[in-house]
Structures are given as structure tokens and as C-alpha cells.
Design a protein around this ligand. Structure first.
Ligand SMILES: *Cc1c(COP(=O)(O)O)cnc(C)c1O
Length: 344
């Protein structure tokens, strides 16, 4: 099976397994785990923030950010296809008691004027705007990268209104590798940033939330409240640190692989590629075949390729660290076979 469902399916490399075995550990709730402390310090430097916190997942990192930035009854401005809106179980409402002000966007970029118009005036009737949300790369539009110019404009607007900006950077490293812009340069437009260790980097577990020191101190308490205070978490931090320290240029290969997949799939009758393939995702539209994404995902599975439905007629293919050139060739031949097998 060639697994193109997500970049979360990677297994730890032998080096990561060794790093897990060798990790110096302690009780991280007492802030005494050397590997976690090293990872947090490393990630603070990497993002250009004062401090960082190891959290169990991207979802936990995002939710800790919301809980730390906001109070009940406030409002977050976000795009209407944000992961936090679509795929986090309504946690912002369920846990933080805040409401989402969702606006349409072009590949995750809401028009600046629309954001400005959505910022609430001070009025007894209104919720206060407590946070502006960015997602980079933008998952639902197929891993597209936010432009630096756009992020700078959002940052300016937010500053003018004294509203913090959080970036859901689950795939921040993909954005950095695709543009050649260092992670800290991307993160400088934000108050806080979350990135996943368990996606493009290929580490087994965890995410990082970074921001200023006072914010991270309060975030640490929210993490504990949510049950995210781990003990000898160094066994999880060590493989992540290894992935970061060895440089993450291998992500470029994932992007090349996605482009190869897109080229090959676009030549198959009835399939077209919906997204500009900027990073590690390909959105395949199946509408012209007369079959749904569910039909195609089932047929591709019979041909040895796993993908996910991403809309009634959209399939998402995601490349990752565990795929080599042979796997990509096999995926292309499996998808080609599927196309010949299932007639519209
Ligand atoms: C995967 C993802 C998350 C959540 O990460 P988990 O570790 O799966 O909880 C958040 N935001 C985006 C954009 C993602 O792609």
C-alpha cells in the first residue's frame, strides 16, 4: 500500500528510534525533562519567539492558544475553511466559549478590507474581537502558502486594533521550504504560532506552541488543565529535535513528489488538479468522471493507493517523508490502473 492519506502516517526513522532510546528524561511537569527543555529552547530560537511549549498535538496547541489569548464571549476572525473551524470538533466553542467569525478567503487569505470590516467596534451589543487566525500552509486549499506581503498587512491591521494574531502553522516547514523564507521570518508576523512535529518533519508525536514568555507561562497552565502535562516526554521530544537539527530540506523532495503526482494524474481522462501544487498536497477533482471521491478512493485502495475524500468530487493526495521515488512511481501506476478500472 502506498499511503497518501496524510503526512501524519510516517514512522520514526531508525535515527529517531535511537534518539528515543538515548533521550535524557525527567518529569516535564516539573520542567525537568532535559530533552523537552532543549526542544522548547530550540523551537523558540527557530521561530524567533521568547519561549515555546511542547504540546501533544496541533489541535491541543491551537486550543491552548485560543484559551490563553481569549475570554468567553469573544470572537475569532478566521477563514471559513480553517482547520480550527472544520476539523477540531468545535473545540473553540466547547472549551474556550468563543465564537468564530468566518469569512471567505482566497487560499486562506481573507481580503484585508474584509478583516478590517469584521473587527468589532466597542459596543455593549458586540462580542470583542479577541484573535485573528492565520493558517499556513492552508490545508483545505491544498497546502497553499500565505504570501509574506499578506501576513505583513494582517499584522499591521492587528497591531492597529491591538488584536493578537495566531498562526496555525501545522505545515509551517512546508511553507518555509517552498518559499525559502526562514521560519522566524514567517512567524514574525504573528503573536503566537503552532507547528506540528508529526507532519512534514516526520516525528512521531507532538506540536510546538511559541510566543512571548508571559504567554507561554499561561499556556503551560492551560496545557496542564487539558491533561497535556506529560512526564518523561523526552522520549517524544528527542526524535523531533533530531528531525529539526538535521535540517528539514528533505521536505523539498515531498514537494517534488507532489508535483510529479499532479502531472501524471492530470493526464488521466476526467481528472483535473484543483490546486496550484505549492507544497505536498494534490487535490484531484473527479467530477467529469461521473464518480464521487468516495468511489475513487475505494477503487484506488483496490489498486494499492490510499487517499482521502476531500469533498464530494475531490480527493486529496499528500506526500511525506516515508515515500521514495519508487513509491511515487507505484502510486502513479496504481492511480492509472484505478482510472482504467472504474468507468464513469
Ligand atoms: C493537522 C492539522 C492540525 C491538527 O494537528 P493534529 O496534530 O492532528 O491535532 C491543525 N491545523 C492544521 C492546518 C492541520 O493540518
Amino acid at each position: 500500500m502506498i499511503d497518501l492519506r496524510s503526512d501524519t502516517v510516517t514512522r520514526p526513522t531508525p535515527g529517531m528510534r535511537q534518539a528515543m532510546a538515548d533521550a535524557l528524561v525527567g518529569d516535564d511537569v516539573y520542567e525537568e525533562d532535559p530533552a523537552v527543555n532543549e526542544l522548547e529552547a530550540y523551537c523558540a530560537r527557530l521561530t524567533g519567539k521568547e519561549a515555546a511549549l511542547f504540546v501533544t498535538s496541533g489541535t491541543q496547541g491551537n486550543q491552548v492558544a485560543v484559551l490563553t489569548h481569549m475570554r468567553q464571549g469573544e470572537e475569532i476572525i478566521m477563514d471559513d475553511r480553517a482547520h480550527v473551524f472544520l476539523y477540531e470538533g468545535g473545540a473553540t466553542a466547547a472549551l474556550a466559549g468563543v465564537q468564530s467569525r468566518t469569512l471567505p478567503s482566497e487560499k486562506g487569505q481573507i481580503a484585508i478590507d474584509d478583516i478590517a470590516a469584521a473587527v468589532r467596534m466597542s459596543d455593549v451589543h458586540f462580542p470583542d474581537t479577541g484573535l485573528i487566525w492565520l493558517e499556513n500552509t492552508h490545508n483545505k486549499s491544498g497546502g497553499s502558502v500565505l504570501s509574506p506581503d499578506y501576513m505583513a498587512k494582517v499584522a499591521d491591521l492587528a497591531k492597529e486594533h491591538q488584536i493578537p494574531v495566531h498562526m496555525d502553522g501545522a505545515r509551517l516547514f512546508n511553507a518555509s521550504v517552498a518559499t525559502g523564507i526562514p521560519v522566524s521570518e514567517i512567524a514574525k508576523h504573528t503573536t503566537t504560532v503552532q507547528f506540528c512535529l508529526s507532519k512534514g518533519l516526520g516525528a512521531p508525536v507532538g506540536s510546538i506552541l511559541a510566543g512571548d514568555r508571559a504567554f507561554i507561562e499561561r499556556a503551560r497552565k492551560w496545557r496542564k488543565r487539558l491533561g497535556g502535562g506529560l512526564r518523561q516526554a523526552g522520549v517524544l521530544a528527542a526524535p523531533a529535535l533530531l528531525a529539526l537539527k538535521n535540517g528539514f530540506n528533505f521536505i523539498e523532495t515531498d514537494h517534488d513528489h507532489a508535483k510529479q503526482l499532479a502531472r501524471a494524474v492530470s493526464e488521466l481522462d476526467g481528472f483535473y488538479i484543483e490546486n496550484t501544487v505549492e507544497t505536498n498536497m494534490v487535490l484531484v477533482n473527479t467530477k467529469e468522471t461521473g464518480k464521487t471521491s468516495e468511489d475513487w478512493v475505494a477503487e484506488m485502495k483496490r489498486q494499492g493507493v490510499l487517499a482521502v475524500p476531500y469533498g464530494p468530487y475531490t480527493i486529496r493526495l499528500t506526500t511525506h517523508r516515508d515515500l521514495d521515488q519508487t513509491a511515487i512511481k507505484d502510486a502513479i501506476s496504481g492511480i492509472t490502473k484505478a482510472r482504467h478500472q472504474l468507468k464513469g
